[in-house]
Structure formats: structure tokens, C-alpha cells
Design a protein around this ligand. Structure first.
Ligand code: PEP
Ligand code: MG
Length: 746
């Protein structure tokens, strides 16, 4: 950036700051600003268009066009050159505007006299807020220096718009973040809740986009970057406090990036404050992010976004602390969140809304275990929501209402009341068995993973815990738990179960469950990688500790243990050998051994379904981990929203696989259960029971609805419907089953 432009741009920002300091209503400010820009840039026209609503741009101030057009001229997003700049987020610089594709003549503005046009997007962190336009009669292209100066000004305008500087008397704009917004996302977990927004990472508000002392500002920027570098290094050198080392490596790369630093320094030298400079570069990265398709590039742009947030927090003195106090009935709003971070918040949360996220992730499983509504893919929730905003989360339909109108609120409250009545109905059958009209009894058990889940055992009517995910205890900590801690915890779980069976699944880490205190594993495809029993057998220290802790916790009581992700019998045998050794060691040490025990395998890969018959006789029981089994059967990532719903669990091919497992377990006399999320969906649960499953394990909140349905039907009839659908060549039995259910009474 040549010196001349730096000073010009600095002078322009200096004038803008003085104009803004004069105060006055929003419209007066805008009018002053366009005048200053036109004079400084020596152009005949300067106009500011801002979004009136998300699809409409409005001419809000102009120097040079007809003053009557202000607040009258409106364009749809994408319409005319201005609409195009707003839609693409790209600068448009033309010597002959009327010849450009999409040019739209607006007679009320009197702009036909102007040939050159330069439109600059006004955007903040990827959100388009409007367009700054300069025009002149002479046919000329604006120079790169001029465009840069305008970009700097547009950055300031974006910040001022965000701060509400242009709202008020005379301005047709309403304040941002005040109107009602409805966002349509994807259902992650059903349920409806009213609460208040609690941002996982609160937005940083820059109150001083322009600096009067660039030297001092450069100093602030450099100091903040130094602090950032030190903090990233510290995190990498051991104490990673929940961060993944891989991400931190990328952070380090950016924190030390010369080009990033140079760009921000140039912005500061042009008159922006350090915060505004960081945001300017961050905004550019966000706008590139929205267009990037290459996953590697997207990841890097994401990293740059994260590190910019960190730098902003350092500059604004917010550190890395999230700062804001948790409101009553908090609804967590985040771009994305891992299971460990979610667990750290604990059960205080009443709901979760994610801008990205996915339904099959373990964070979603945590939300489901807590039975709190979850909506994922809630596009632009982060730009819209402010801490403390009223929010309604409709987990049935995947809809979020932010700052709702009273009528929406009252309809929503009716819905909550209806759900409460359904809950009462389920509570009334809590002590009745899950028995079809045919008299077949199905054991409904619950999935758990935290001590806090156990109080649900009684009210849900679960007969036991069919899956206790032990890794959640590892994920909530930031260091490896000790054996004595684990043993005390498992003992409490067994105490709370009051003699009911609890199937403890040994540590299932890897894939999306990453322990911050274990060396990260850079794998291209972690779901197919070094995870679960593979880690347990390769590094048996943790597995042994866990088995010992379980035996000690049982202190003579019956014990059930299962190993996750067994792909072939050899793995089960090796894991079982560890179990036998653990028993022997405990015996020698004089600890009481379980009165009886069962050691089972989780069937989560199709390969195990095809294992020799002898394997099915070896395992004391088998539990189908349907979440993983389904993703591998259909080769459809359970966390990838694009593909995860593509294949139906009630697809006849998948049911065929389940039948084969049922037949093998039956022949060997080995008990079989199903503990994936599908077991908690009433129609799926019904189909599984009709095929022959006699134990289903699900989140506690599903037990009522599943039992309610079971008690209404005859499983032999359900089986007949399934068989007829298969004979008719249906790909999925869902529709025939639903149609048949609609004919049933009750
Ligand atoms: C499964 O895969 O179905 C399962 C129960 O295990 P998780 O969801 O914890 O991987
Ligand atoms: Mg699994």
C-alpha cells in the first residue's frame, strides 16, 4: 500500500470519525458520511444501500443522486449492479456501468448521467449488510488504491451498522437484532422448549473501528498477536484444555503467518483500529469460506476464523473466557460443539441450537440422553442471536424462533402443554410391561453414560441399562481419570441401578470422541480408523485399568461388560483374555470377584454378522450398535447430513442383515439386544421386535412412546405386514407399516 493512499485513507477515516462523533440521528449521520466520502474520493456520487430485510436493499443516503429517491429506491438481492455486489460479496468496478450485465436503470435516482460505478460490499463476518457505491460521469475505472480505501470505509460502515449507529429518527432502518426471526434447521432431538440464548462463543462487538493514532494501534495489534502466539504455544506444550492438538497446530501456523500479519498492519496503517483490522481480514475469510468447496481449504478458513476470534478477545480484553453469565433456561447456541464441551455445560442447558452440527454426532447423543431439544443446521443463527434473546426451540420440526411475536409464543406454549399431556400418558403406563397384544414381552432398557442419567431409571420404567457409554466420563475431564475414581463412579452407577443389569461398555474413543489429554491421531478417516477396541487392544493399559475398576466396583455383585466395535472374533478373544487376566489379578490381590458375570460384544460392523457360528456361541451376549452398523452397511457417514438420512433403517436389506444376526444368535442360544438410536424410534422399535429382538436399549425419554405403541399392537401382525411388504418388493417397509398402524385403534 503506497504511503500516499495510507494518508488519504487515514484522512478520510479521520473525517468520518469526527462526523460520527458529532452525534445526531442515524439519518443525519448517514448523510454526513456520504458527503465526506464523495468529497474525499472526488466523485460526484456516493450512496449507501442497506438491507431493509434479508432480501431487500434500500437506498439510505446519497450525495449526488436525487434526494427524493432516498428510502424510495429498493432493489431485491441480486437485482441490478448493487444487488449483485450484495449477493456475490465481490467488488464491482466498471467504467461503463450501463453496459454491464444485470444493469438496471432506476429513473427516480437520476443516475443515467453517471458512467463509472464502483460498488463495495458492506459486510461483517460473512454477513452482507449493504453496499457502498461511488459513481462519476467520467468513464474511468477506480484505482486499486481507491478501491482499498473504500473497502476500509465499508468495514467501518459495517461496524457502525452493527452498533446501530444509523438507527433513529428519520432513518427507515430498524435496529438490528430486535425483530422476530424464524430459522428452519434439521431435527436433532425432539421436544419443545422456551428459553434464552446463551452463546457458546459470544460475538465480539467492536466499538471503535477507527483509530486516531495508527502507531499506537499497530503496537496494540503486535502485542495482541504476541500474546496469541504464546497462548497457542502453551496450549500445544501439554495443557490442551479441551482443544485438539491438530487444530492448535493450524492455529500456530496462522498465528505465525507473515501475510496475515502484513494485511492487518496495512489495514491499521490506513486508519482502522486493531479490532477492525482483524475483523476485516476475518470477514474476507468468511466470505471465501462460504464459497469454498475444497474441504481442506474450508478447514483452513475455519481455523483462520477461530484464531481471529481469539485475537479479538485478546484485543477487547475478553481473554478466552466466554464472559457472559448464563441466563435462566439457557439454550446453547453455537456453530458446532464436541461432546466433551457440551458435557462441560452440564444438564443446566434446556436446549441446543447449532448452526452446523449433525444429528448422528456424539454431541447429539448427549443432547438426546439429556432429552433436551436439539436443532442442527440452523443457518445464520449466529449472526442473528444475541445473548439473552428469547428463543423457542421446536425440536419436532427443526424450527427456531428468535425474539418471537406474542402470537407465536402463545401457540408454542400450547404445544408444550400438549406434550406435557403426552408425558402424563406415558407416565401412567410406566409400571406396566412392554407387552404386545400377542403377549410377547420386550425388555426396554435405557442408554446412559453419566451419573446424572441414572435418576431417569425409575421414572422412565427402564428394566436396566442396556448401554452405559463409559467414555463420556473420560470426555468430561481434562486428564485421565484414576482407577480409584472410576471404580467409585461405577460403584455409584450400580448402586443407583438397585440390582438391575447395567451393561458397561469399555472405552469407545476415536472417531468424533477425542480425548484432549491423549496424543491426537492424525487420521484421514477417523470413523474407519484407530478407535474403540482397536485402541483398547493396542494400548491395553487403559482397558486393564477399566476392567479392574469395574470388578472392584462390583465388589461381588453381578457384572456385565461389553466391548465396542468388534470387527472379528479375534478381537473379541483378545479382549476377553484381558478380562480373564483382570479377574485373575484381582483374585490374587484378594478382591472379591463378581458373583456372576457376562462378557459381550457389540456388533457394529457388518463383518461380525458374517463371523463363523462358533463366535456367536463364545460371546455371552451380543448388542447391535445400530448407529455404527448402519453407517458402515450403507457406507453413509452418520455425521454427514448430506447422506445420513439417505438410507432407511427399515430398508429390507438392512432388515435382512438384522435377521441374519438374529438367526445366528438364536442358533447359539446367545441373548441379543439392539442399542443404537433407532431402538428409541417407535416404528423402528416395532419392526425390530417383530423380527425377533427381545431387548431394546434407548434413551430414557423414548421408553414411554415405544411402550405405548407396543401395547397397542400384535407383533405377529406386524411381522405379517413386514413380510408382505418384502414379498411385494418394497425397498423399505416403513410406508406399509405406517399405513397399517394408521388402521389400528388406540
Ligand atoms: C452405536 O454405534 O449404535 C452405539 C450404540 O455406539 P455409539 O453411538 O456410542 O457409537
Ligand atoms: Mg458405536
Amino acid at each position: 500500500m503506497p504511503d500516499r493512499t495510507e494518508t488519504e485513507s487515514r484522512k478520510l477515516l479521520g473525517r468520518l470519525r469526527a462526523a460520527l462523533a458529532e452525534g445526531g440521528a442515524g439519518q443525519a449521520r448517514l448523510d454526513r458520511i456520504v458527503g465526506i466520502i464523495a468529497t474525499s474520493m472526488q466523485t460526484e456520487v456516493c450512496s449507501i444501500y442497506l438491507f431493509r430485510d434479508k432480501d431487500t436493499l434500500e437506498l439510505c443516503a446519497t450525495e449526488g443522486l436525487q434526494p427524493e429517491a432516498v428510502h424510495q429506491t429498493r432493489l431485491r438481492l441480486g437485482e441490478g449492479l448493487v444487488g449483485r455486489v450484495a449477493r456475490t460479496g465481490q467488488v464491482m468496478n466498471s467504467a461503463n456501468a450501463p453496459s454491464e450485465r444485470g444493469f438496471r436503470y432506476m429513473p427516480e435516482t437520476g443516475e443515467e448521467r453517471y458512467s463509472s460505478f464502483c460498488g463495495i460490499p458492506i459486510q461483517r463476518l460473512g454477513e452482507s449488510m449493504g453496499v457502498l457505491v461511488v459513481q462519476s460521469k467520467a468513464a474511468r475505472v477506480f484505482t486499486a488504491d481507491e478501491v482499498y480505501a473504500l473497502e476500509v470505509v465499508a468495514m467501518v460502515l459495517a461496524e457502525m451498522t452493527e452498533l446501530g449507529a444509523f438507527v433513529g429518527d428519520g432513518a427507515a432502518l430498524s435496529a438490528r437484532h430486535t425483530s422476530a426471526v424464524m430459522i428452519r434447521g434439521t431435527v436433532g432431538q425432539e421436544g419443545a422448549v422456551e428459553g434464552n440464548v446463551y452463546l457458546h462463543e459470544p460475538r465480539v462487538v467492536v466499538t471503535n473501528p477507527i483509530s486516531d493514532d495508527p502507531e499506537a494501534e499497530l503496537e496494540r495489534l503486535r502485542k495482541a498477536v504476541d500474546t496469541l502466539r504464546i497462548s497457542v504455544d502453551e496450549m500445544l506444550n501439554g495443557n490442551m484444555a479441551g482443544e485438539q492438538a491438530q487444530v492448535l497446530e493450524a492455529y500456530r501456523m496462522f498465528a505465525n503467518s507473515r501475510s496475515w500479519m502484513r494485511r492487518m498492519e496495512a489495514d491499521v496503517e490506513s486508519g482502522l483500529s486493531a479490532e477492525a483490522a482483524v475483523e476485516k481480514e476475518q470477514s474476507l475469510a468468511r466470505s471465501r469460506l462460504s464459497k469454498a468447496t475444497d474441504p481442506y481449504l474450508r478447514d483452513r478458513l475455519h481455523d483462520l476464523d477461530d484464531i481471529s476470534n481469539r485475537l479479538l478477545r485478546i484485543l477487547t480484553g475478553q481473554g478466552t473466557d466466554t464472559g457472559a453469565e448464563m441466563p435462566d433456561n439457557p439454550i446453547l447456541v453455537a456453530r458446532n460443539i464436541g461432546p466433551g464441551e457440551l458435557l462441560e455445560y452440564g444438564k443446566k442447558l434446556k436446549g441446543v441450537v447449532l448452526e452446523e452440527g449433525s444429528v448422528g454426532s456424539h454431541a447429539a447423543i448427549v443432547a438426546r440422553a439429556w432429552a433436551i431439544p436439539l436443532v442442527v443446521h440452523a443457518k445464520s443463527i449466529l449472526t442473528e442471536a444475541l445473548n439473552g434473546d428469547t428463543i423457542l426451540v421446536d425440536g419436532e420440526q427443526g424450527i427456531v424462533h428468535l425474539r418471537p411475536e406474542d402470537s407465536v409464543k402463545s401457540a408454542f406454549r400450547d404445544k408444550i402443554a400438549m406434550q406435557a399431556r403426552a408425558m402424563e400418558r406415558y407416565a401412567s403406563i410406566r409400571d406396566l410391561p412392554a407387552e404386545g397384544k400377542c403377549g410377547t414381552h420386550i425388555s426396554l432398557q435405557m442408554n446412559a453414560g453419566l451419573i446424572a442419567d441414572l435418576p431417569s431409571l425409575e421414572p422412565s420404567g427402564a428394566e436396566g441399562v442396556g448401554l452405559f457409554r463409559t467414555e463420556l466420563q473420560f470426555l468430561v475431564r481434562n486428564k485421565m481419570p484414576r482407577r480409584s475414581e472410576l471404580s467409585a463412579l461405577y460403584s455409584r452407577v450400580m448402586d443407583s441401578a438397585k440390582g438391575r443389569r447395567v451393561a458397561f461398555r469399555t472405552l469407545d474413543i476415536g472417531s468424533d470422541k477425542v480425548l484432549s489429554y491423549m496424543a491426537p491421531n492424525d487420521e484421514p478417516n477417523p470413523a474407519l480408523g484407530w478407535r474403540a477396541i482397536r485402541v483398547g487392544l493396542d494400548k491395553p493399559g487403559v482397558l486393564r485399568m477399566q476392567l479392574q475398576a469395574l470388578i472392584r466396583a462390583a465388589a461381588g455383585r453381578p457384572l456385565t461388560v461389553m466391548f465396542p466395535f468388534i470387527a472379528e472374533p479375534r478381537e473379541f478373544r483378545a479382549a476377553r483374555a484381558e478380562w480373564d487376566k483382570a479377574l485373575e489379578r484381582e483374585r490374587i490381590l484378594g478382591h472379591p470377584l463378581p458373583e456372576r458375570y457376562e462378557v459381550g460384544a457389540m456388533l457394529e460392523t457388518p463383518s461380525l454378522a458374517f463371523a463363523p457360528e462358533s463366535f456367536f456361541a463364545e460371546a455371552d451376549f451380543i448388542s447391535v450398535g445400530g448407529n455404527d452398523l448402519k453407517q458402515f452397511f450403507f457406507a453413509a457417514d452418520r455425521e454427514n447430513e448430506r447422506v445420513r438420512r439417505r438410507y432407511d433403517t427399515l430398508d429390507v436389506s438392512f432388515l435382512g442383515l438384522l435377521e441374519q444376526i438374529l438367526a445366528k444368535c438364536d442358533a447359539a442360544g446367545t441373548p441379543l439386544s439392539f442399542c443404537g438410536e433407532d431402538a428409541g424410534r417407535p416404528v423402528e422399535a416395532l419392526a425390530f421386535a417383530a423380527l425377533g429382538f427381545r431387548t431394546l436399549s434407548m434413551r430414557p425419554a423414548s421408553i414411554g412412546p415405544v411402550k405405548h405403541l407396543f401395547r397397542r399392537v400384535d407383533l405377529t401382525e406386524v411381522r405379517a405386514v413386514i413380510d408382505a411388504a418384502r414379498a411385494d418388493g418394497h425397498q423399505s417397509v416403513r410406508r406399509p407399516l405406517m399405513d397399517w398402524l394408521a388402521t389400528q385403534k388406540g
